[in-house]
Design a protein around this ligand. Sequence first.
Ligand code: ZN
Length: 578
Amino acid sequence: MRWSKFFIPTLREDPADAEVVSHKLLLRAGLIRQLSAGIYSYLPLGQRVALKVMQILREEMNAIGGQEFFLPALQPAEIWQESGRWGAIGDEMFRLKDRKGTDLCLGMTHEEVFTTIARNEVRSYKQLPQVWYQIQIKFRDEARPKSGLMRLRTFIMKDAYSFDVDRAGLDKSFVDQREAYKKIYQRCDIPFLIVEASSGAMGGTESNEFMTRTPAGEDLIVSCPNCGYAANQEKAVSRLAAVTDETGPAAPEQFPTPGVRTIEDLITFPGGAEAARQIKSLVFFATIDGEQRPVLVLLRGDHQLHEIKLADSLRASAVRPAQPEEIRELLGAYPGSLGPVGAREKHPALFIIADNALKGRRNMTTGANTDDRHIRGVEVDRDFKADVWTNLRTVEAGEGCPNCESGVLEVFKGMEIGHIFKLGTKYSESMGATVLNQEGKEVPIVMGSYGIGVDRIITAAIEQHHDEDGIIWSQSLAPFDVVVTITNMKQDDLRAAGEKLYEELQRAGLDVLLDDRDDRAGVKFKDADLIGIPFRITVGKGVAEGLVELFNRKTRSSENVTMTDVVSQVQRHASSSS
Ligand SMILES: [Zn+2]
């Protein structure tokens, strides 16, 4: 490929609206252009990288027995209604009607379509296991699309699905995928960690998220440097220091607390309590099976609620904080004076869910469900009962590891680069995908679902490998293996030498970009650094002695090499690092 003919619209300056490094570099190096919010076009250089990623995904999926499909992006509402997700998924789904008024959607994932194929075609355990995958465009109506290719409204995914006759089969399929994912990230040179995560709208029993640690990430990862425990903060647990409570009064006592509205107010109020001795009481509405239900959420005063944990614990499709007027209607008081004692008597349908850190606590202080009044001496289980005890609090750095004795947890930013789910029989039961097992009994197929975003891989690779001059592609993802830069197009000997190398490198099976533009050498070097090709061969004045310069983009080292040796040297580098 000749640079003079190839469309690489590089930019000198950082685009004003780009915040994260990958977004800036994707635009500056001419890989992508924005069409509208969360919608991008891949330009030729970007497409070359995307195709490299897809090839790696294909090879690793095929290596574990995956069979490639290509399913429609446009899907009928009917199958989503069967699975129950037409109602369960909210505004994130792009929905439309055809000319007859029939409901359709643009697929955000393909469990329903693959399950439809399986239920129509697979009859017997003898046809299982199956591993099916595709590389497809997906759609998601993100509330706040941003950061270049990180949060998109249309994106490219490799999604795979496994179909087994039983749990043991699923366990094996899940491990196969996890191992394949490890190989994919290794080949793409992206450092990763595997974390426990919430399954969210996918459902199922277990999921692993693949994360790469980067300040550009939007997730928080909780990890133990001592034992390797790692979890998304939305799922993480921690071990707290034991608390010994003094014995309180025989019954709780109400007391006036004029003007006290917050945990902090009550700490400093005379006769109040330190935060760890308070019961924080929050009212939420949870959408469960399409219905909004009031929930009283209880936490220790110094702990913060993680809303995803709340939604997961309740198996709710959404949760939202109740408005002050709704709260007053439910409990007879405004926020700031709420508490669990007597709450259910005020509203029998109220569901009370409490964080484990409150278990067994005595002599606690909380709101009285009367404005400007609190109660002290509250004992858990004596003065109120929770419907569910669970893990609701946000784990913070410095808390104890749940997995080992001495570990202290760290919290850092990470970006999700893959997610694998044990779906179990959620889709096969709701959609009626069954097979006859070995005993001739009809059983639902046991499924798994496994996704990797192509755009995410590209983003992560750039976030992990760049410097102030531009992108540093690994050989495996680079749009070209090598760029040949002719320093001065006006010199016939340099041009001839460059053309000769260009041909020889191509004949050696390498992807070569020949920088034959009529520009100053400095401009060409800057552009080559920016687009991040692993090797640059500079054809300059050394040519008179048969020498060219071989420049390594990653190490920034260069050496003079004879024109006869340079082809085999690049070839050796390319094959050893791919
Ligand atoms: Zn640990």
